[in-house]
Design a protein around this ligand. Structure first.
Ligand SMILES: Nc1nc2c(ncn2[C@@H]2O[C@H](COP(=O)(O)OP(=O)(O)OP(=O)(O)O)[C@@H](O)[C@H]2O)c(=O)[nH]1
Ligand SMILES: [Mg+2]
Length: 297
């Protein structure tokens, strides 16, 4: 019988390094939402990529930062769990920031993985001369299998990297059936697309305190989706900002999210958004488990 190979690759790194951008570039579509803000990804998302006959299961993780709130702690802990069982670890370094303390700290946590890789990302945004000193510095910190220079955004160096990652996948039956599958529940995915627009249009810190939940999806006789989502905020002042003057802000978010849903899924959809104040949502267990996060007492 023909041998098969399959394994998990945890994509880890500081927040905003480009982990989700890379995940999407690998899959050729939006699996994981992206923003210019830090702390965008809240939970681990898996996607399956076949490279020849080898199955690579990528795990996008929340970026690592110093946690302050309960939600922060759950996010960072989800990232840590992801690499504990991974067959390979791909550490993403934002080359425009260099080797920060967060990177050093992360390396001490993952260095026992026998397939430890690092990608210097965003090479499109820096001068090539800074890459060599960065590589030297990394080599002093751990026994990396390989150091890649990539641009996740411009799709530079990504294909070669996939070949190297594929070469260390262990012999195993395929762990997922589908060839190129994404392992994200539909309701969560739809909520993520809306949350992405909130990150895009609402300024400063407010998006970190917002949750989006898909409550219901109906299909009418013409096959058009009616998607009902609640945007959960912590107080009336936040609600006012999200709705905006004359409802303009909410409309902008809704229109952009609906277009994205239609593009991603090739469907027609109506998106019904409701803003609700739930002062304490960050302390409600269900809001964590719904997203695949662990709720810690
Ligand atoms: N110039 C450039 N920008 C990039 C590249 N990759 C990602 N970015 C940008 O970096 C920002 C953060 O990207 P994300 O993919 O959301 O980063 P992340 O590591 O998933 O962030 P968290 O989910 O918050 O941990 C976005 O504005 C991206 O467009 C790249 O290769 N080059
Ligand atoms: Mg992310």
């Amino acid at each position: 019988m023909k041998k098969t190979y399959s394994g998990f690759i945890a994509i880890i790194g500081p927040t905003n390094a480009g982990k989700s951008t890379l995940m999407n570039q690998i899959m050729g579509r939006k699996v994981s939402i992206v923003s210019h803000k830090v702390q965008t990804t809240r939970t681990t998302l898996r996607a399956v990529k076949m490279v020849g006959d080898k199955q690579l299961i990528f795990v996008d993780t929340p970026g690592v930062f110093r946690p302050k709130r309960r939600l922060d702690r759950a996010m960072v802990s989800a990232a840590m769990d992801a690499f504990a069982d991974a067959d390979a670890v791909l550490l993403i370094v934002d080359a425009t920031h260099g080797i920060t303390d967060t990177i050093r700290d992360l390396i001490t946590k993952v260095q026992n993985n026998k397939n430890l890789f690092v990608a210097l990302n965003k090479v499109d945004a820096i001068s090539k001369s800074v890459l060599l000193p960065m590589t030297d510095e990394l080599l002093k910190l751990a026994n990396f299998k390989e150091i890649f220079m990539i641009s996740a955004l411009k799709n530079d160096g990504v294909t070669n990297m996939l070949d190297s990652l594929a070469s260390v996948m262990p012999e195993s039956p395929y762990l997922f059936d589908a060839a190129d599958a994404v392992d994200v529940p539909d309701n969560l995915y739809l909520a993520e697309l809306t949350r992405e627009k909130i990150y895009k249009y609402i300024h400063q810190e407010l998006p970190y305190h917002i949750n989006v939940v898909t409550e219901k999806v109906d299909v009418d006789a013409d096959g058009v989706l009616d998607i009902y989502q609640k945007i959960v905020v912590q107080n009336d002042a936040h609600k006012k900002i999200v709705i905006g003057r004359g409802g303009e802000q909410l409309k902008q978010i809704g229109t952009a999210a609906r277009h994205d849903i239609q593009d991603q899924w090739g469907v027609n959809a109506r998106l019904h958004l409701f803003v609700r104040v739930e002062e304490n949502w960050e302390n409600v267990a269900e809001n964590y488990t719904d997203q695949g996060l662990e709720f810690k007492k």
